[in-house]
Design a protein around this ligand. Sequence first.
Ligand SMILES: O=C(O)CCC(=O)C(=O)O
Ligand SMILES: [Fe+2]
Length: 463
Amino acid sequence: MSSQNTSASSSSSSPPQTQYTAFRQAEKHFKNRAHKGHLPSIRKYLPTLVDLSRPRSGGQEEDPVWKAGWWSPENDVDPASVPDGKKKNSKGKEREKGERPEIDYSDLERIKLSDGRKGYIVAPGCILIPQYLSIDQQLELLHSALAEYTRPPNPLSISTHYDLPPNLFDLYATAPNTLVEPKHLHQQHAQQQRANSEPTTDQDGSKAEQQPTKARGRQLIETEPASVLGYEEIVARNKTWTGDIPSDKLGIKTVEQVTREMRWANLGWVYQWSTKSYDFSRDKPIPFPPQLAAICSEVVSSVPWGEVFSGQSPDAKCGWENWPKDYAPDTGIVNFYQIKDTLMGHVDRSELDPARPLVSLSIGHAAVLLLGSASRHDPPRPIIIRSGDCLIMSGSGRQAYHGVPRILEGTLPSHFELSPADSDSFSTSSTVKAAKQFIASARININARQVFPPGFTRPTSSK
Ligand SMILES: O=C(O)CCC(=O)C(=O)O
Ligand SMILES: [Fe+2]
C-alpha cells in the first residue's frame, strides 16, 4: 500500500535521470503521458517482460494489449527526441499494432497447482497464476467490489472527506446525480488543516499527491516493518492518532463524481494510511467477505510451497508448511484505478507476520505492474497483469518493491462489455449494469492479507 496518484510525472522540476533509482526510472518510463500519441515502449523492456495471460495469436479473442497498439514500433521512439511539430497523434486513425514479439520465459520456474493450474515464480516467493479467476468469478467480484465492499462499515478513501450515503453504489446505478456534501461544511479543523497542507515527498524527491486536496491519494511516510515494531509498540504509537482530517478544499459533488474519485475500500482490519499501521484499538476486525476469503485460502492451499521455496535458505523458515491449513485473510484493500491513476512503488509491511501470503486479484483493464526486490536500486520486472490473474507475494517476496505505473487503455476484455441484452433486460439488476459501466474505464485490484499469524494472542491491556 502506498501513495496512489493521478498526476503524470513532471520533467521540469525533477532531478536529473541519474539520481533516480532503477525502480523509479522504470516507473517514470511507464507513467509518462507527456507526449500524446507515444505510448511508452513495452518492447524496450522485452528481456524481462512477463505477459503470461495474453491470448494466443490467431485465437478467438484478440490480444487487447496488442490491439490497443502497445507493441507499435512508433512507441520505441524516445518521445523527448521528437520535435514538437512532428509529434504523431494517433487520434482518429487506427494505431499501428506492430508485431507481437515472442517472449522468452526460460528463466521463469513453473509450478503445478494441486488443481492442475500452472503458476510461474516471477520473483522469489512471488507466484503469478495467469487467468486464475473464471469469467463468472471476475464478473461476480466486479459486482461485489463495487456494490458490497463499498458499504459501511468498510472505510473508503472518500469517506474521510464526504458525508457518504450508505448505499453509494445503488445510487451510482439509479440516481447518479444525487448530491454529496463534503464533511468540512460541518466540521471545523482549521489548525490541523493548515498543518496538513504541507506537501509530502517520496524518497526520490517526486511529490506524492496530497491526500486532503483531492481526497484520493495516499500519504507516504516510511515506517519500520510491523514485524520489527511488534504489536505493543504499534498500539502505543497509535494512541495519539485522532483520525484523518477532512479536506477543506472540496465542494459539493454528485454520487457519480465521488464514486469515480474513490481510490480504495478497506476490508477487515482497518488500515490507517497516515500512520501506515492497522487500528488495533478495535476488539475484532470488520468481518472479511467469506467468498473472497474462500478464493484466497483455496489458491494458497493449492500451491506446492515446498517447490516455491526449495533452495532458498532464508525462506525455508518462513512458515510455509502451515499456510495450506491455516491461511485465513483478515484484512484487504480494494484498489479502484481510473485509466490515468498509478500506484507508486512501495512495500507492504504492516502485517505482523512478514512472510504470510498476500493474494492479489485483478479485474478489468490490464496494467503494468513493476515487481522489484527489497531494494529500489534493482531494476524491477514489468508484468502485464490482466483481468483474472492472481499474484501471490510471500516469504521474502513480501519485502519486494512493487507498483502500478500504468493502466493500459483499450484492454478491457469483452466479457465486461455491456451487451444489448444487458441494457434491454429487466432481469439484469441496475448495479450489475452500473458495475460494467464503471469498469469500462477502470481497473480493480483486490488484495487480501493476514495481519495476525494464527495463535497470536493480543495482550488485552494494550488495546
Ligand atoms: O493494483 C495492484 O495490482 C497492486 C496493489 C498493491 O500493491 C497494494 O494495494 O498494496
Ligand atoms: Fe502493494
